[in-house]
Design a protein around this ligand. Structure first.
Ligand code: MG
Ligand code: MG
Length: 272
């Protein structure tokens, strides 16, 4: 069952999403060679609690940490550990926070220093595909329209689109209806309605779409051990159109990146 949110509830969800956005922005300059994912996890937990929120993943389905940290061939759900990041790595950081009872949940894949050009392109295309998908999230369209747009955009570049893991509705629980696959058929699936709130999150592999799970019961990685990228935004349907609740602006500010990708999904320029 799809749980539609009022304007007031959407504003509360924006607060939750922004806690996560700020957490990722705080982490951005710290994501560098020599740092461990466990160190970053501690920073994130402290930051979230200091901002009046609760880590959203910690303890959820018994996950042991605040962040899902998935380097290189890991797709999602990696567990933070004490292995230092190295120049040339990529790391997908997925973060959740609960504020005013609502979840924020979004993710960004960071490059550690200089990375291989083919991996840089994977990151670029995966992030672009997120917005290609969001553009389809409007009243009258269907779940398959978002998935189809993302799939087509990524497969055009020869990438593998993960099938087993999908985006989702978001609210007072982390995973609400509907499921939001990153693949699908145009014109199929549930119809979008005003007030829906969802997390759209392409998980895109440089090589095969096939994945496997480590024996830790969490970590998902590519079967061919080629890199995988993951970008996620929280989006509400307002006035029939997609409106971003989360933002990468804090990351961009920290890293000195200029980007206008988010502008069309905002009523006005976000003031940090
Ligand atoms: Mg997430
Ligand atoms: Mg999610």
């Amino acid at each position: 069952m799809i749980i539609v949110k009022s304007r007031e509830e959407i504003e509360l969800m924006r607060e939750s999403a922004l806690v996560v956005s700020k957490t990722l922005g705080m982490l951005a300059p710290e994501v560098k060679p020599g740092v461990t994912t466990l160190q970053l996890d501690k920073l994130a937990e402290e930051f979230i609690r200091d901002h009046g929120a609760i880590p959203g993943f910690l303890g959820l389905y018994d996950f042991p940490n605040t962040l899902c940290m998935s380097p290189n061939a890991q797709v999602v759900h990696g567990i933070p550990n004490d292995t230092p990041l190295e120049e040339g790595d990529i790391i997908s950081i997925d973060c959740g926070a609960i504020k005013n009872e609502y979840y924020g949940d979004h993710a960004y894949t960071f490059a550690i220093g200089e990375i291989a050009p083919e991996v840089e392109k994977l990151l670029k295309v995966t992030k672009e595909s997120l917005y290609v998908g969001i553009r389809e999230l409007k009243v009258g369209n269907r779940v398959g329209d978002v998935g189809n747009a993302i799939q087509k955009y990524c497969e055009k570049h020869g990438y593998g689109v993960v099938r087993e893991l999908v985006g989702h509705g978001l609210g007072k629980t982390m995973h609400e209806d509907p499921e939001m696959p990153n693949y699908g058929r145009r014109g199929y699936g549930k119809k979008f309605i005003e007030g829906m709130t969802v997390a759209i999150e392409p998980m895109i592999n440089l090589g095969t779409k096939r994945i496997e799970q480590l024996s830790d019961g969490w970590t998902i990685l590519t079967r061919d051990r080629k890199p995988s990228a993951h970008f996620e935004h929280d989006v509400a349907i307002v006035n029939g159109k997609p409106e971003l609740l989360s933002t990468f602006a804090y990351i961009y500010d920290a890293l000195g990146i200029t980007s206008d990708e988010e502008n069309e999904f905002r009523e006005k320029r976000l003031i940090l």
